[in-house]
Design a binder for this molecule. Structure first.
Ligand code: ADP
Length: 497
């Protein structure tokens, strides 16, 4: 980025400098030429006004001098001595009618040529100069002097009287143009050299400044790009968060609907059975009363589990209480949980080694984990199929597994079943009760006990949840200590082969 900018600057400024250089050269060379030509004109004027004016008399210019005469020779000598010095190469004195009355070239004296504009203007009192390429008739004898001459027509006033009045004649002074050109070239060369050195110095000074600026620009550009990247990341995080919040909101609405349904159903049954019991015809029917009371108990248990789950869920979430560790027999907890499962209990076969040592853990939490897993196993399998609970010790770890041969969980849903409020089937017409809290609670509880949970499942064939808890260490051991509530539960979910 920076080098591209630099190249562009280098080329651009080089072109600009060249353009400036060329323009300045053209203007300056024109100006120098004008100056040199002005100087040539001044010199011619000087010749006419300061030299010839005092040397010539009116009679010398009134008619062509006889080139054999003494006056002509005298004048020629004077002119050669005083005037014909580089760059002046020829002098002609014109009369008003276009006759050359004097020249250092004798063959020209007495010749008459057409009166041109310059001659007229000079007789009108102006000094006129110009470059001649010597093609005119009057220039035949100058062709041997140079390839180009600068000729100046200057009015000639005779004597010392002023004002000047009408010119007595016009002096034409020829100067070698090559000399003027040489001078122009010399001055031009000097100027161009100075200009080139100046521009080069400026360029050399500017390049590092621009390089620094380009570097700063490119650094700022990079910073801006990084900031834009960061902003993009923030924005996408923000979007994700908004998405998650929306999803949570949806889940919350769904949860409220499901939870109220889950509470209402057992309550309606309980109220219904209670009202029936009050009817006189059942006053003496011990069997029916027993059945109704059993039903009320079952529905009460269901309600109790639901409320317990809700409470435990919010408690585990908000309360970072350390687990309350005690030493107890796992078998006892299993017994208690099975009793709580009421009618489902006979379907559960369990094999827990009778000699399994007491474990060190949070009894209430282990109980909740077990009851939820067993409740799910019963709920998601048909009435007659068996469910199994197995437990054993592996080193310091208690491993227990709850298996069923029920509906199973599709592989793509497995990673989500531990999410709060998630249910594979959350439709209103769903077949199974529940509010989608059980497994998320189980996950949190296992985590608070520094354990791991793993699930394997196959739709139509059943599911198996395996929990590993560090449970055979002394109380106060760090591995199941206070920090466990913050530990992350590694959850593994696998579709069963
Ligand atoms: P719920 O109150 O719906 O039982 P959970 O959090 O306990 O909530 O379970 C979440 C979802 O995981 C259930 O709705 C069900 O779809 C699925 N699930 C849990 N356990 C089992 C199982 N043993 N067999 C089949 N599906 C299960």
């Amino acid at each position: 980025m920076s080098s591209r900018l630099m190249t562009r600057f280098a080329l651009g400024s080089l072109l600009a400098f060249l353009a400036v250089g060329i323009t300045v050269s053209v203007v300056v060379s024109r100006e120098l030429r004008n100056r040199q030509e002005d100087a040539a004109r001044f010199h011619a004027q000087f010749v006419a006004e300061s030299i010839l004016r005092y040397e010539l008399s009116a009679s010398d210019v009134s008619a062509p001098l006889a080139v054999n005469g003494p006056r002509y020779r005298e004048l020629v000598q004077f002119v050669r001595a005083r005037i014909l010095q580089s760059p002046v190469v020829r002098v002609k004195i014109w009369s008003r009618d276009g006759t050359i009355v004097f020249s250092d070239e004798p063959r020209l004296v007495g010749q008459r040529f057409a009166v041109d504009e310059e001659l007229k203007e000079a007789f009108a009192g102006k000094s006129v100069g110009g470059v001649t390429n010597l093609r005119a008739d009057e220039n035949v004898f100058e062709q041997s002097l140079a390839s180009k001459l600068y000729s100046t027509y200057t009015p000639l006033y005779i004597g010392t009287a002023a004002p000047r009045g009408t010119p007595a004649a016009v002096v034409e002074v020829y100067q070698d143009y090559a000399r003027i050109q040489d001078e122009v070239n010399r001055l031009f060369g000097e100027l161009i050299l100075t200009l080139a050195i100046g521009l080069a110095a400026l360029y050399v000074i500017l390049v590092p400044i621009i390089r620094g600026a380009a570097r700063t620009l490119s650094e700022q550009n990079m910073k801006l790009e990084q900031q834009a990247g960061r902003l993009e990341e923030l924005l996408s995080n923000e979007k994700r968060t908004v998405g998650e919040l929306r999803e949570l909101n949806r889940l919350k609405d769904e949860f409220v609907a499901i939870a109220s349904h889950e509470v209402r159903t057992p309550l309606t049954s309980i109220i219904g059975y209670a009202k029936t019991l009050r009817r006189p015809e059942f006053a003496d029917d011990a069997a029916a009363r027993n059945e109704f009371l059993g039903a009320i108990e079952r529905q009460g248990d269901r309600l109790h589990r639901l409320v317990q789950n809700l409470l435990a869920s919010s408690q585990v979430e908000d309360d970072l209480n350390r687990p309350s560790l005690t030493t107890f027999r796992f078998q006892d907890v299993v017994e208690e949980v099975l009793v709580g499962l009421g009618a489902g209990r006979p379907r559960i076969g369990f094999s827990v080694p009778p000699d399994l040592e007491p474990i060190v853990s949070d009894r209430q939490r282990v109980e909740l984990i077990l009851s939820n897993l067993l409740d799910n196993a019963l709920k998601f399998s048909l009435g007659e199929t068996a469910c199994r609970l197995e437990a054993h010790r592996e080193g310091d770890t208690l491993v227990f597994r709850v298996r069923d041969e029920g509906v199973g969980i599709p592989a793509d849903k497995l990673p989500r079943i531990f999410d709060r409020f998630y249910q594979v089937d959350s439709s209103v017409t769903r077949q199974y009760g529940g509010v989608g809290l059980g497994l998320s609670l189980v996950k949190q509880l296992v985590s608070s006990l520094a354990g791991q949970i793993e699930v394997q499942s196959r739709p139509g064939r059943g599911s198996s949840f395996t929990v590993r808890l560090p449970a055979f260490r002394a109380i106060g051991d760090q591995s199941i200590g206070p920090d466990l509530a913050h530990a992350k539960t590694p959850v593994t979910s696998r579709a069963a082969p």
